[in-house]
Design a protein around this ligand. Structure first.
Ligand code: NIG
Ligand code: FE
Length: 412
């Protein structure tokens, strides 16, 4: 017989089920269960029902009784981060706040290239430790699944070092780390050849090794003036797609063009979109590509937010991720950032919570999390409150009082 655990009673439990993947949501669409319990069998949810009823029916279950007021949500999914890196970019931040732009700093040799230099100097062991440490911090804040990109290696060997480090870091934390290859983050300054040559080398040499070693199923590219053009990325993405990789794009951060590529290649998600205007919003809303807002990058760079309200109203799907990275988004606190995005973009609780749960899981093509329902992973963020609205109202200051991952209590 499986290992049965019963958690409850929850004053409020939000299973985040029964909601559409796309479009605007209002809070009255949220299912809010009262006095519910969650019965866990091994790592999965076995049943959700009235706590007392479950207690009677499954007397062999180990009981985790919640005393006082508790509200339960699915563990959060952060579908876009760059937490495997060396060094710090505190200088960039100071320079930006003194008036230089992100692109000016990048052109002057700072920016992503600075982190590439520092990440190349770091050993795989250092990267494993640093990544696991950051992942544990996010887990404590309720994030049970974290996408992690490479992209600070920018050579076959260095990208492999990072992706192998992410795989090892995944063993050192209860959080699930979902790796993505971002070799197309920028043209490395030491590459002797054109952007086309570089991308061709990555696709022909790196992609097969990623497959052989099972290092990732996902390919990302930064489409921007300082990185790669839509035209340069097209053959790279085509090769990736032909090999069966899922695609995602850093799109429309400063200039538009990336979202068109994302839609043309049926990418799972188009992320950033701060510069997206009506045309891009329409395009994304009509597509199956999820629009990922990255409020941490807007806060870090002091620039505008992704037009999440307009994308939702146009019928699109919006996920919200932290973009945690040493350059543009050093804070990395998903719940805080999602709450702030909600305040600026006028998003309902339902829209924000969907953006960090099941819509974010869909952006990663993960069908076993982001909702609390039978057969899904028992990943939970539990808050000490009797009203779910308190969570976003506190703008990240109300932290989970306990976190569960795969049916195990990992923090309380
Ligand atoms: O998502 N936009 C490009 N890449 C990252 C930033 C990486 C960096 O500045 O180190 C982002 O914001
Ligand atoms: Fe990013």
């Amino acid at each position: 017989m499986s290992d049965l655990k019963l958690i409850g009673p929850f004053k409020q439990l939000l299973p985040m089920t029964g909601l559409p993947l796309k479009g605007a949501l209002s809070d009255d669409q949220l299912i809010v269960l009262k006095d519910a319990g969650i019965l866990i069998a091994d790592d999965k949810i076995h049943a959700i029902d009235n706590f007392d009823e479950l207690k009677k029916a499954f007397h062999e279950a180990e009981i985790y009784e919640l005393k006082g007021n508790h509200t339960g949500l699915p563990g959060f999914v952060d579908s876009h981060t760059h937490i495997c890196f060396g060094g710090s970019r505190a200088n960039d931040y100071a320079m930006r706040n003194a008036g230089m732009t992100y692109l000016e700093i990048a052109k002057a040799g700072g920016g992503i290239w600075d982190t590439v230099t520092q990440t190349r100097k770091a050993s795989q062991e250092d990267l494993v430790k640093n990544t696991a440490k950051i992942a544990k911090r996010h887990l404590k804040n309720g994030t049970t699944t974290i996408e992690v990109k490479s992209g600070y290696g920018l050579s076959v060997d260095e990208e492999l070092k990072i992706l192998r480090a992410i795989r090892r870091a995944n063993m050192e934390t209860y959080a699930d780390l979902v790796p993505t290859c971002l070799a197309a983050h920028m043209l490395p300054k030491d590459f002797a050849g054109s952007a086309e040559d570089y991308l061709n080398e990555m696709a022909t040499t790196l992609f097969p090794i990623l497959k052989q070693e099972g290092l990732t199923t996902r390919i990302d590219a930064f489409i921007e003036e300082s990185a790669f053009s839509a035209k340069q990325i097209a053959p790279y993405f085509q090769k990736g797609k032909n090999m069966g990789f899922d695609l995602t794009v850093h799109a429309d951060q400063f200039t538009t063009g990336g979202s068109q590529v994302a839609v043309d290649f049926e990418a799972l998600s188009a992320d950033h979109l701060e510069a997206s205007a009506e045309r891009e919003i329409e395009l994304l809303a009509k597509s199956g590509t999820i629009a990922t807002a990255l409020p941490g990058a807007s806060i870090g760079l002091g620039c505008s937010f992704t037009p999440a309200r307009k994308i939702l109203d146009a019928g699109g799907s919006v996920s919200i991720a932290s973009d945690h990275n040493p350059g543009s988004a050093p804070m990395g606190d998903l719940l805080t950032q999602a709450a702030i995005l909600g305040a600026f973009e006028k998003l309902s609780n339902a829209e924000v919570l969907a953006g960090i749960t099941f819509r974010a899981a869909a952006a990663l093509k993960l069908q076993d999390r982001g909702q609390l329902t039978k057969g899904f992973l028992a990943d939970l963020a539990i808050f000490h409150t009797d009203d779910y609205k308190e969570i976003l109202y506190n703008q990240g200051n109300l932290k989970p009082c306990s976190v569960w991952k795969n049916g195990t209590k990992v923090f309380d």
